[in-house]
Design a protein around this ligand. Structure first.
Ligand code: SOE
Length: 386
Protein backbone atom coordinates (compact mmCIF):
# COMPACT_ATOMS: atom_id res chain seq x y z
CA UNK A 1 0.00 0.00 0.00
CA UNK A 2 1.52 3.32 -1.08
CA UNK A 3 -1.33 5.62 -0.18
CA UNK A 4 -4.39 5.59 2.04
CA UNK A 5 -7.53 7.30 0.78
CA UNK A 6 -9.16 9.40 3.49
CA UNK A 7 -12.80 10.43 3.86
CA UNK A 8 -13.08 13.02 6.63
CA UNK A 9 -16.13 14.28 8.52
CA UNK A 10 -15.94 17.74 10.08
CA UNK A 11 -14.06 20.81 8.90
CA UNK A 12 -13.80 23.12 11.89
CA UNK A 13 -11.11 23.14 14.60
CA UNK A 14 -10.15 19.44 14.55
CA UNK A 15 -10.99 19.08 10.85
CA UNK A 16 -8.41 21.73 10.07
CA UNK A 17 -5.83 20.18 12.41
CA UNK A 18 -6.24 16.73 10.81
CA UNK A 19 -6.26 18.14 7.25
CA UNK A 20 -3.03 19.97 7.97
CA UNK A 21 -1.48 16.74 9.29
CA UNK A 22 -2.43 14.82 6.13
CA UNK A 23 -1.00 17.57 3.95
CA UNK A 24 2.28 17.93 5.78
CA UNK A 25 3.09 14.26 6.32
CA UNK A 26 4.45 13.46 2.82
CA UNK A 27 6.74 16.50 2.91
CA UNK A 28 8.53 15.32 6.06
CA UNK A 29 7.94 11.55 6.01
CA UNK A 30 8.38 10.71 2.30
CA UNK A 31 8.93 6.98 2.89
CA UNK A 32 5.69 6.53 4.85
CA UNK A 33 2.34 5.59 3.32
CA UNK A 34 0.85 8.83 2.08
CA UNK A 35 -2.65 9.90 3.12
CA UNK A 36 -4.65 10.99 0.10
CA UNK A 37 -7.18 13.72 0.92
CA UNK A 38 -10.05 12.32 -1.08
CA UNK A 39 -13.39 13.59 0.32
CA UNK A 40 -14.37 15.96 3.11
CA UNK A 41 -17.90 15.92 4.52
CA UNK A 42 -19.87 18.55 6.44
CA UNK A 43 -23.42 19.71 7.10
CA UNK A 44 -23.34 22.94 5.09
CA UNK A 45 -22.63 22.57 1.38
CA UNK A 46 -21.22 26.06 1.06
CA UNK A 47 -18.90 25.77 4.08
CA UNK A 48 -17.67 22.28 3.23
CA UNK A 49 -16.93 23.41 -0.34
CA UNK A 50 -14.85 26.29 1.04
CA UNK A 51 -13.05 23.96 3.45
CA UNK A 52 -12.28 21.50 0.63
CA UNK A 53 -10.63 24.15 -1.47
CA UNK A 54 -8.83 25.82 1.45
CA UNK A 55 -7.49 22.59 2.99
CA UNK A 56 -6.80 20.76 -0.29
CA UNK A 57 -9.39 17.96 -0.48
CA UNK A 58 -10.25 16.51 -3.92
CA UNK A 59 -14.02 16.40 -3.34
CA UNK A 60 -16.66 17.41 -0.81
CA UNK A 61 -20.08 16.09 0.20
CA UNK A 62 -22.79 16.56 2.80
CA UNK A 63 -23.63 12.84 2.92
CA UNK A 64 -21.29 10.73 5.09
CA UNK A 65 -23.26 7.54 4.34
CA UNK A 66 -22.48 7.95 0.67
CA UNK A 67 -18.75 8.06 1.50
CA UNK A 68 -19.04 4.63 3.12
CA UNK A 69 -20.34 3.07 -0.10
CA UNK A 70 -17.27 4.13 -2.09
CA UNK A 71 -14.51 1.63 -2.86
CA UNK A 72 -11.96 4.41 -3.17
CA UNK A 73 -12.18 5.41 0.52
CA UNK A 74 -10.00 3.38 2.94
CA UNK A 75 -10.31 5.31 6.20
CA UNK A 76 -12.98 7.47 7.81
CA UNK A 77 -11.70 10.29 10.01
CA UNK A 78 -14.35 11.60 12.45
CA UNK A 79 -13.95 15.20 13.64
CA UNK A 80 -17.64 15.97 14.11
CA UNK A 81 -19.18 16.71 17.56
CA UNK A 82 -19.17 13.77 19.99
CA UNK A 83 -22.87 12.81 19.64
CA UNK A 84 -22.32 11.47 16.13
CA UNK A 85 -19.07 9.57 16.73
CA UNK A 86 -20.80 6.30 17.60
CA UNK A 87 -23.11 5.98 14.62
CA UNK A 88 -20.50 7.00 12.08
CA UNK A 89 -17.75 4.81 13.55
CA UNK A 90 -19.96 1.71 13.72
CA UNK A 91 -21.35 2.19 10.21
CA UNK A 92 -17.85 2.87 8.86
CA UNK A 93 -16.51 -0.33 10.46
CA UNK A 94 -19.43 -2.34 9.05
CA UNK A 95 -18.56 -0.96 5.62
CA UNK A 96 -14.99 -2.25 6.11
CA UNK A 97 -13.43 1.19 6.58
CA UNK A 98 -10.62 1.91 9.03
CA UNK A 99 -11.59 4.56 11.60
CA UNK A 100 -9.73 7.48 13.19
CA UNK A 101 -11.97 9.25 15.74
CA UNK A 102 -11.46 12.38 17.84
CA UNK A 103 -11.81 12.23 21.63
CA UNK A 104 -13.82 11.67 23.73
CA UNK A 105 -14.66 8.50 21.83
CA UNK A 106 -18.36 8.57 22.75
CA UNK A 107 -21.01 10.09 24.97
CA UNK A 108 -21.07 7.09 27.33
CA UNK A 109 -18.99 4.07 28.32
CA UNK A 110 -21.62 1.71 26.85
CA UNK A 111 -21.46 3.53 23.50
CA UNK A 112 -17.67 3.44 23.44
CA UNK A 113 -17.74 -0.32 24.13
CA UNK A 114 -20.13 -0.83 21.20
CA UNK A 115 -17.73 1.13 19.00
CA UNK A 116 -14.80 -1.03 20.08
CA UNK A 117 -16.80 -4.21 19.44
CA UNK A 118 -17.71 -2.97 15.95
CA UNK A 119 -14.16 -2.19 14.86
CA UNK A 120 -12.86 -5.45 16.32
CA UNK A 121 -15.61 -7.48 14.63
CA UNK A 122 -14.84 -5.81 11.31
CA UNK A 123 -11.08 -6.34 11.71
CA UNK A 124 -10.32 -2.74 10.76
CA UNK A 125 -7.72 -0.39 12.21
CA UNK A 126 -8.90 2.12 14.80
CA UNK A 127 -7.31 5.14 16.40
CA UNK A 128 -8.44 7.81 18.88
CA UNK A 129 -7.16 11.40 18.88
CA UNK A 130 -5.16 11.74 22.09
CA UNK A 131 -2.67 13.99 20.36
CA UNK A 132 -0.77 15.24 23.44
CA UNK A 133 0.98 11.87 23.74
CA UNK A 134 2.98 12.99 20.72
CA UNK A 135 4.61 16.14 22.12
CA UNK A 136 8.41 15.94 22.47
CA UNK A 137 8.25 16.58 26.23
CA UNK A 138 5.71 13.79 26.85
CA UNK A 139 7.76 11.37 24.72
CA UNK A 140 10.79 12.17 26.90
CA UNK A 141 8.79 11.73 30.12
CA UNK A 142 7.58 8.35 28.87
CA UNK A 143 11.15 7.28 28.07
CA UNK A 144 12.43 8.30 31.53
CA UNK A 145 9.60 6.42 33.26
CA UNK A 146 9.96 3.28 31.12
CA UNK A 147 13.72 3.20 31.69
CA UNK A 148 13.11 3.42 35.46
CA UNK A 149 14.94 6.72 35.72
CA UNK A 150 12.23 8.25 37.92
CA UNK A 151 12.13 5.10 40.10
CA UNK A 152 8.86 4.07 41.76
CA UNK A 153 6.13 6.55 40.89
CA UNK A 154 4.35 8.14 43.87
CA UNK A 155 2.40 11.09 42.44
CA UNK A 156 0.66 12.10 39.18
CA UNK A 157 -0.78 15.59 39.46
CA UNK A 158 -2.46 17.06 36.37
CA UNK A 159 -4.42 20.15 35.43
CA UNK A 160 -5.99 21.38 32.18
CA UNK A 161 -7.14 24.97 32.57
CA UNK A 162 -9.00 27.13 30.05
CA UNK A 163 -11.02 30.36 30.33
CA UNK A 164 -12.87 30.77 27.00
CA UNK A 165 -16.35 30.70 28.58
CA UNK A 166 -15.89 32.89 31.68
CA UNK A 167 -18.04 35.61 30.08
CA UNK A 168 -21.62 34.71 31.21
CA UNK A 169 -22.88 36.01 27.85
CA UNK A 170 -20.74 33.57 25.88
CA UNK A 171 -23.32 31.51 23.94
CA UNK A 172 -24.55 28.00 24.60
CA UNK A 173 -22.30 26.27 22.04
CA UNK A 174 -22.49 22.48 21.48
CA UNK A 175 -19.64 21.85 23.92
CA UNK A 176 -21.98 23.10 26.69
CA UNK A 177 -24.84 20.74 25.81
CA UNK A 178 -24.78 17.28 27.39
CA UNK A 179 -26.72 15.54 24.62
CA UNK A 180 -24.07 16.60 22.07
CA UNK A 181 -20.86 16.75 24.12
CA UNK A 182 -21.47 14.05 26.78
CA UNK A 183 -19.90 16.24 29.46
CA UNK A 184 -18.13 19.60 29.71
CA UNK A 185 -14.61 20.26 30.90
CA UNK A 186 -14.52 16.65 32.15
CA UNK A 187 -14.82 14.90 28.76
CA UNK A 188 -13.17 17.67 26.76
CA UNK A 189 -10.11 18.40 28.90
CA UNK A 190 -10.16 15.76 31.65
CA UNK A 191 -10.17 13.06 28.97
CA UNK A 192 -6.72 14.19 27.82
CA UNK A 193 -5.39 14.10 31.40
CA UNK A 194 -6.82 10.63 32.02
CA UNK A 195 -5.27 9.31 28.82
CA UNK A 196 -1.94 10.85 29.80
CA UNK A 197 -2.14 9.15 33.21
CA UNK A 198 -2.91 5.79 31.60
CA UNK A 199 -0.07 6.24 29.12
CA UNK A 200 2.57 7.31 31.63
CA UNK A 201 1.59 5.74 34.95
CA UNK A 202 -0.80 2.83 34.22
CA UNK A 203 -4.32 1.77 35.17
CA UNK A 204 -6.49 3.91 37.44
CA UNK A 205 -8.39 1.72 39.92
CA UNK A 206 -10.44 4.08 42.14
CA UNK A 207 -11.74 7.65 41.84
CA UNK A 208 -13.64 10.28 43.78
CA UNK A 209 -14.66 13.60 42.26
CA UNK A 210 -16.56 16.86 42.41
CA UNK A 211 -17.85 19.21 39.73
CA UNK A 212 -19.54 22.58 39.32
CA UNK A 213 -21.50 24.47 36.68
CA UNK A 214 -20.96 28.13 37.53
CA UNK A 215 -23.12 29.71 34.81
CA UNK A 216 -26.37 27.78 34.54
CA UNK A 217 -27.97 29.55 31.53
CA UNK A 218 -26.48 31.14 28.43
CA UNK A 219 -27.69 32.94 25.28
CA UNK A 220 -28.53 30.62 22.40
CA UNK A 221 -25.78 30.64 19.74
CA UNK A 222 -26.15 32.14 16.28
CA UNK A 223 -22.91 30.94 14.78
CA UNK A 224 -20.07 28.83 16.15
CA UNK A 225 -16.63 27.86 14.88
CA UNK A 226 -14.06 26.04 16.98
CA UNK A 227 -14.02 27.80 20.34
CA UNK A 228 -15.59 31.07 19.14
CA UNK A 229 -19.27 31.90 18.74
CA UNK A 230 -21.73 34.78 18.52
CA UNK A 231 -24.83 34.97 20.70
CA UNK A 232 -28.47 35.37 19.84
CA UNK A 233 -29.73 38.94 19.37
CA UNK A 234 -33.07 38.06 20.97
CA UNK A 235 -31.23 37.28 24.24
CA UNK A 236 -33.10 34.00 24.43
CA UNK A 237 -31.31 31.69 26.86
CA UNK A 238 -30.97 27.95 27.33
CA UNK A 239 -29.67 25.75 30.20
CA UNK A 240 -26.01 24.70 30.44
CA UNK A 241 -26.21 20.94 30.95
CA UNK A 242 -22.53 20.10 31.44
CA UNK A 243 -19.86 20.76 34.08
CA UNK A 244 -17.76 23.94 33.89
CA UNK A 245 -15.14 22.34 36.14
CA UNK A 246 -14.48 18.79 37.36
CA UNK A 247 -11.82 17.73 39.86
CA UNK A 248 -11.04 14.24 41.06
CA UNK A 249 -8.59 12.13 43.04
CA UNK A 250 -7.40 8.73 41.84
CA UNK A 251 -5.55 5.61 42.97
CA UNK A 252 -3.42 3.73 40.45
CA UNK A 253 -2.87 -0.04 40.24
CA UNK A 254 0.88 0.43 40.85
CA UNK A 255 0.30 2.24 44.16
CA UNK A 256 0.71 5.80 42.87
CA UNK A 257 -1.93 8.42 43.69
CA UNK A 258 -3.20 11.20 41.43
CA UNK A 259 -5.11 14.46 41.32
CA UNK A 260 -6.86 15.85 38.24
CA UNK A 261 -8.38 19.27 37.56
CA UNK A 262 -10.22 20.26 34.37
CA UNK A 263 -11.86 23.65 34.15
CA UNK A 264 -13.01 26.29 31.68
CA UNK A 265 -13.13 28.91 34.43
CA UNK A 266 -9.41 29.37 35.17
CA UNK A 267 -9.33 33.09 34.40
CA UNK A 268 -6.15 33.99 32.55
CA UNK A 269 -5.36 30.43 31.47
CA UNK A 270 -6.00 30.06 27.74
CA UNK A 271 -5.05 26.39 27.58
CA UNK A 272 -2.70 25.35 30.37
CA UNK A 273 -2.29 21.58 30.05
CA UNK A 274 0.23 20.36 32.61
CA UNK A 275 1.27 17.51 34.82
CA UNK A 276 3.92 16.75 37.39
CA UNK A 277 5.17 13.26 38.23
CA UNK A 278 7.19 12.47 41.36
CA UNK A 279 9.11 9.21 41.72
CA UNK A 280 11.67 7.77 44.12
CA UNK A 281 14.56 8.76 41.84
CA UNK A 282 13.26 11.94 40.26
CA UNK A 283 10.45 14.14 39.00
CA UNK A 284 9.26 15.67 35.72
CA UNK A 285 7.04 18.68 34.98
CA UNK A 286 5.19 19.09 31.65
CA UNK A 287 3.59 22.32 30.44
CA UNK A 288 1.98 22.08 27.01
CA UNK A 289 2.61 25.75 26.28
CA UNK A 290 6.29 24.73 26.42
CA UNK A 291 5.80 21.35 24.77
CA UNK A 292 9.36 21.19 23.47
CA UNK A 293 10.78 21.31 26.99
CA UNK A 294 10.56 19.01 29.99
CA UNK A 295 11.58 20.03 33.50
CA UNK A 296 13.49 17.18 35.12
CA UNK A 297 14.92 16.59 38.58
CA UNK A 298 17.14 13.65 39.53
CA UNK A 299 17.84 12.64 43.13
CA UNK A 300 21.27 11.31 42.09
CA UNK A 301 22.51 14.75 40.96
CA UNK A 302 25.27 16.10 43.20
CA UNK A 303 23.82 18.09 46.10
CA UNK A 304 25.36 21.39 45.02
CA UNK A 305 23.63 21.35 41.61
CA UNK A 306 20.38 19.67 42.61
CA UNK A 307 17.24 21.31 41.26
CA UNK A 308 14.77 21.18 38.39
CA UNK A 309 16.43 21.73 35.04
CA UNK A 310 14.90 22.49 31.66
CA UNK A 311 15.72 19.93 28.98
CA UNK A 312 15.01 20.66 25.34
CA UNK A 313 13.18 17.47 24.40
CA UNK A 314 13.36 18.05 20.64
CA UNK A 315 16.99 17.10 20.41
CA UNK A 316 17.73 13.59 21.55
CA UNK A 317 14.64 11.99 22.91
CA UNK A 318 11.64 12.07 20.70
CA UNK A 319 10.92 9.52 18.06
CA UNK A 320 10.75 11.90 15.12
CA UNK A 321 13.46 14.42 16.09
CA UNK A 322 15.64 13.61 13.06
CA UNK A 323 12.75 14.35 10.66
CA UNK A 324 12.06 17.92 11.75
CA UNK A 325 14.42 20.85 12.09
CA UNK A 326 18.03 21.08 13.27
CA UNK A 327 18.61 20.81 17.06
CA UNK A 328 16.95 23.59 19.02
CA UNK A 329 14.46 24.46 16.26
CA UNK A 330 11.18 23.74 18.00
CA UNK A 331 7.85 22.32 16.79
CA UNK A 332 4.21 23.14 17.72
CA UNK A 333 0.59 22.09 18.36
CA UNK A 334 -0.01 21.04 14.76
CA UNK A 335 2.90 18.59 14.95
CA UNK A 336 1.05 16.57 17.60
CA UNK A 337 -1.52 15.77 14.91
CA UNK A 338 1.13 15.05 12.27
CA UNK A 339 2.78 12.61 14.69
CA UNK A 340 -0.60 10.98 15.37
CA UNK A 341 -1.06 10.41 11.64
CA UNK A 342 2.53 9.15 11.32
CA UNK A 343 1.72 6.54 13.99
CA UNK A 344 -1.44 5.64 12.05
CA UNK A 345 0.53 5.14 8.82
CA UNK A 346 3.22 3.12 10.60
CA UNK A 347 0.51 0.84 11.97
CA UNK A 348 -0.51 0.07 8.38
CA UNK A 349 3.10 -0.49 7.36
CA UNK A 350 3.78 -2.76 10.33
CA UNK A 351 0.39 -4.51 10.16
CA UNK A 352 -0.61 -3.72 13.77
CA UNK A 353 -3.13 -1.52 15.52
CA UNK A 354 -2.15 2.13 16.00
CA UNK A 355 -1.76 3.44 19.55
CA UNK A 356 -3.76 5.09 21.09
CA UNK A 357 -6.73 3.16 19.72
CA UNK A 358 -10.37 2.52 20.69
CA UNK A 359 -9.23 0.35 23.62
CA UNK A 360 -7.55 3.44 25.07
CA UNK A 361 -10.69 5.43 24.25
CA UNK A 362 -12.84 2.94 26.21
CA UNK A 363 -10.43 2.92 29.17
CA UNK A 364 -10.61 6.70 29.31
CA UNK A 365 -14.41 6.63 29.08
CA UNK A 366 -14.52 4.15 31.97
CA UNK A 367 -12.67 6.59 34.24
CA UNK A 368 -14.78 9.55 33.02
CA UNK A 369 -17.92 7.65 33.90
CA UNK A 370 -16.57 6.36 37.24
CA UNK A 371 -15.88 9.97 38.24
CA UNK A 372 -19.45 10.94 37.26
CA UNK A 373 -20.82 8.08 39.41
CA UNK A 374 -18.66 9.15 42.33
CA UNK A 375 -19.97 12.73 42.06
CA UNK A 376 -23.59 11.51 41.99
CA UNK A 377 -23.06 9.05 44.84
CA UNK A 378 -20.59 11.22 46.80
CA UNK A 379 -18.18 8.31 47.38
CA UNK A 380 -15.13 6.47 46.00
CA UNK A 381 -15.91 4.32 42.93
CA UNK A 382 -13.96 1.26 41.70
CA UNK A 383 -13.27 1.85 38.02
CA UNK A 384 -13.30 -1.86 37.20
CA UNK A 385 -16.86 -2.22 38.59
CA UNK A 386 -18.14 -0.35 35.53
C1 SOE B 1 -11.36 22.82 23.55
O1 SOE B 1 -11.54 22.90 24.90
C2 SOE B 1 -10.16 22.03 23.10
O2 SOE B 1 -9.95 22.32 21.79
C3 SOE B 1 -10.35 20.51 23.23
O3 SOE B 1 -11.51 20.09 22.58
C4 SOE B 1 -9.15 19.83 22.71
O4 SOE B 1 -9.28 18.45 22.79
C5 SOE B 1 -7.97 20.32 23.52
O5 SOE B 1 -6.85 19.76 23.00
C6 SOE B 1 -7.84 21.80 23.49
O6 SOE B 1 -9.03 22.40 23.85
Amino acid sequence: MKKLNIGMIGYKFMGKAHSHAYRDLPLFFPKHIHPHMKVICGRSLESVADAASQFGWDEYTTDWREMLTRDDIDLIDINAPSDVHKEIAIEAAKAGKHVFCEKPLALTLADSREMLEAVEAAGVKHMVGFNYRFTPAVMLAKKLIDEGRLGDIYHFRAWFLQDWIIDPDFPLVWRLQKEIAGSGSHGDLGAHLIDMAHYLIGDITDVIGMSETFIKERPLPQEMTGLSATGSQSKEKGPVTVDDATLFLAKFANGAIGSFEATRFATGHRSTNSFEINGSKGSVIFDFERMNELQVYFVEDKEDVQGFRRVLATDAAHAYSDVWWPAGHTIGYEHTFIHSVVELMEAFQEERQPVPNFKDGVKCQQVLEAVEHSIEQKKWIKVTDL
